[in-house]
Ligand binder design. Structure first.
Ligand code: ATP
Length: 323
């Protein structure tokens, strides 16, 4: 059974179309990363899932129930870390937890929960003095109350330093091992890589891709950037390299369009020229071609496309290039 089914969901705020015909499923027991740039519609989707806002059209089912008709039951089985931390300044961390434990009717121990999120030392301190990261940890502890079947974390790493972000990922893994489904929104691809089974990428209110991280990387043909320092380079060679089967692009560093030179003169400056090639497969064809043409390869480096490149490709429509 899917934990979340979003079916042809549309949401307009006046003239603003925040979501358009959005459909996707999150399977029970998976960690699903919900990615998109600012304004893509992630929070709007989460707010509809939790029935904080009503859709313009479409349906949402959560834990097998209708999101609107059964919102109370859904919320009792869901732990939420909302975007934009709001704690009560005058209440201590312990009091926040007690409030969440009471409202969920659970028998959790506030101390144990705060221990898990690394905030136990501040258990009797008022939240008004907390840093952003501390408030975020407190909100996470509140989301964990009652061993929820579904965890919805909206930008959970906001305000956390690298250690905090790592601890957050560990908690996500632990919760998932316990059996919880985790729906995790972020605009940072690297944050979701380590924990998510699948990733959905939202752009302008529409899902542009849903796949594993590896699948996404393959689908954009991220490939490798090969940088080759050579003793010389001419226009002919550049054209030949560009036409090799696995090459999607080749340029000379510092030269915007060397191929446009009409005289076919060697393209070189004071430094040895560097040929920058986007390759999908093996780099040996490129190096072999250069050597066949009597060009000396002085040095070369390679770099894989990063997840940020992949994310950028999906969310801006530009071609993905490893840099
Ligand atoms: N209450 C609102 N009234 C009017 N427009 C809204 C409202 N909430 C969101 N929007 C608009 O809907 C679109 C989607 O916003 P949403 O907050 O869902 O995106 P997001 O992906 O969560 O962005 P972020 O990463 O910045 O939180 C944006 O164009 C936003 O300006």
């Amino acid at each position: 059974m899917p934990a979340i089914t979003v079916d042809t969901l549309t949401k307009s705020y006046g003239q603003t179309l925040a979501l358009e015909d959005l459909s996707f499923q999150v399977q029970e027991g998976e960690v699903f990363g919900f990615l998109g740039p600012n304004g893509a519609g992630k929070s709007t989707t989460i707010n509809v899932i939790l029935d904080f806002i009503r859709p313009t059209a479409g349906q949402v089912e959560v834990l097998g129930m209708d999101a609107q008709a059964n919102s109370r039951e859904i919320r009792s089985r869901t732990g939420v870390l909302p975007e934009g931390v709001e704690t009560y300044d005058r209440l201590t961390a312990r009091q926040h937890l007690e409030f969440a434990i009471d409202s969920k009717g659970s028998d959790d121990d506030p101390e144990a929960l705060l221990e898990r999120v690394g905030l136990v030392d501040a258990i009797d301190k008022k939240a008004g003095g907390f840093s952003k990261g501390m408030s975020q940890r407190l909100m996470l502890a509140m989301a964990l109350v009652g061993q929820p079947d579904l965890l919805i974390l909206d930008e959970p790493s906001t305000g956390l330093d690298p250690n905090g972000a790592r601890e957050m990922r560990e908690i996500v893994r632990e919760e998932n091992r316990r059996g919880a489904t985790v729906f995790f929104s972020s605009h940072i691809m690297e944050q979701v890589e380590a924990v998510c089974d699948r990733v959905g990428i939202l752009r302008d209110g529409e899902m542009v891709a849903v796949d594993t991280v590896e699948g996404l990387r393959d689908s954009v043909g991220g490939g490798t950037t090969l940088r080759v320092t050579v003793d010389r380079l001419d226009d002919d060679t550049l054209q030949v390299v560009r036409s090799l089967p696995d090459v999607s692009d080749a340029t000379v560093e510092g030269e915007t369009s060397p191929a446009s030179r009409a005289d076919g003169e060697a393209v070189s400056g004071r430094n040895p020229p560097v040929l920058v090639v986007q390759v999908q497969g093996s780099k040996t064809a490129v190096l072999g071609e250069l050597e066949d043409r009597g060009i000396e390869v002085k040095d070369f480096t390679t770099r894989e496309a990063s997840l940020e490149d992949v994310f950028q490709s999906y969310t801006t429509g530009t071609e993905v290039h490893a840099r």
